[in-house]
Design a protein. Structure first.
Length: 450
């Protein structure tokens, strides 16, 4: 029996569930979280994850289309929330900043031993050596910038690219430093000594960048032997000239040989395209550091000797700081906790360096407080430079050099506003305070140690 409206041709259709829109599909961010689980789990701040994503080449288009998120930091924050924190013990062999104290002490000797050349050549030079100082400042600034440039090329393209950079830059630096001495002094003895000094510094830069410290130590043997004989026998002009020329010739020959050997190797990868301006702050810091060292007050020569001999310990403490902050990063649970740990490590390493610097100063009659202020400014500046934060170091140290010159009466005629020791203490103390603020701020970020 058919009911009204009954139509047997109409089929009974059950309602079907609606199709899941694409927006409801599995979130592709889950796959990204799985792929970066180790990185996200070990991160103590989303910025660390953002830095990794940026280095992997994640573009804004991928973020908005594939992951449907606002920007890179939104992705990083969500990954940080999704992946639980895991802080595995990395083990004793995973510290990339571990270095040999013996190697650092060797480099410290290489920084200090060239000062013996001035002790040997004191009788060959006239009373005022302004031209020699000008040549040294130009050479220090040039070779500091050249070393940075060569290290960049070494990391990007291997020894061959670094050797090409040094082959072009080292002779130019020698020419500039010698020209500065001739322009300021005009005397033959000073110009000749400045040329030898510039040649040695250029060769030393080549050997240090290419990792041939032992060859440089061998080259310094004649000068060291001559200086060791001074308490018993004062060599005359001819032996002094022969010893100094032997040191310069040995260093230059070793540098040339290493460049030739390195040019015969193959590049490990495509050379980087870092602009030349990236090396400018390193050169300015070399200029400022040299000026501050040369302006060291009363007993300035012993102060310079103490400072240069301490550079090996300073370098080891730079590595020590990076190692301890990496350990602090692995044991911190919050960004604030890491900042406090990093500040404590900075205070510890700086105190250790100042203690090493103060010990010989007490026995040499060097004004201790000005020397400590200078050493602190240079060490913190070197720390920032080692982390790629170059401009604050250059600006602060240049400002300190200019302020010390003005306060001690070196820039303007008339009486000095402060004594040389007080001027150095004030200028370098202010520079140290500024650099410490920068270091605590910039090095207290977790992304600075990845």
């Amino acid at each position: 029996m058919n009911l009204p409206g009954d139509d047997r041709t109409v089929l009974l259709r059950l309602p079907t569930p609606p199709q899941r829109p694409p927006a409801w599909a599995d979130d592709p961010l889950d796959k990204l979280a799985d792929r970066l689980a180790d990185v996200c789990g070990a991160a103590v701040h989303p910025d660390e994850i953002a830095a990794v994503l940026e280095s992997d080449g994640l573009t804004h288009e991928q973020i908005t289309t594939r992951y449907s998120r606002r920007d890179l930091f939104a992705v990083a924050e969500e990954l940080y929330e999704r992946v639980p924190r895991r802080f595995p013990d990395p083990g004793p062999g995973s510290d990339p900043w571990r270095t040999s104290p013996r190697q650092c002490l060797l480099r410290g000797m290489l920084f200090g031993l060239p000062g013996l050349a001035y002790l040997l050549g004191a009788g060959l030079l006239p009373g005022r050596v302004t031209g020699l100082a000008a040549s040294a400042l130009v050479a220090w600034a040039w070779n500091q910038a050249l070393a940075h440039r060569a290290y960049v090329r070494l990391a990007a393209g291997g020894r061959r690219e670094a050797a090409r950079c040094l082959l072009l830059g080292a002779p130019a630096g020698v020419t500039a430093a010698t020209a500065a001495a001739m322009a300021v002094s005009g005397t033959g003895a000073v110009s000749a000594f400045a040329a030898g000094e510039a040649l040695y510094l250029a060769a030393a830069t080549v050997l240090l960048v290419l990792g041939r410290e032992q060859h440089l130590l061998i080259a310094l043997a004649p000068t060291a032997a001559g200086a060791a004989c001074i308490p018993l026998w004062r060599p005359g002009p001819v032996p002094v000239v022969v010893l100094l020329l032997a040191t310069v010739a040995a260093a230059v020959l070793s540098a040339v040989r290493e460049i030739v050997r390195s040019l015969r190797t193959t590049s490990s990868s495509a050379p980087g395209t870092t602009p030349l301006t990236a090396s400018v702050p390193y050169g300015l810091f070399g200029l400022a550091g040299g000026a501050l060292t040369l302006m060291a007050p009363a007993a300035g020569r012993p102060a310079a000797v103490v400072l240069t001999l301490s550079m090996g310990v300073a370098e080891w403490l730079l590595y020590r700081y990076r190692s301890l902050t990496l350990r602090a990063l692995r044991h911190s649970r919050t960004p604030r906790g890491f900042r406090l740990r990093a500040a404590g490590v900075l205070a510890l390493c700086l105190t250790q360096y100042l203690a090493v610097l103060a010990a010989p100063a007490l026995f040499t009659g060097v004004p201790t407080l000005p020397l400590l202020a200078l050493g602190a400014a240079l060490w913190v500046a070197l720390l920032l430079q080692a982390a790629g934060i170059a401009w604050p170091s250059a600006v602060a140290c240049l400002g300190a050099a200019l302020a010390e010159t003005a306060l001690s009466g070196g820039a303007f005629p008339g009486p000095a506003l402060l004594s040389p020791a007080t001027a150095e203490l004030a200028a370098c103390g202010c520079a140290t305070a500024v650099l410490l603020v920068v270091a605590c701020t910039r090095m207290g970020r977790t992304t600075a140690h990845r």
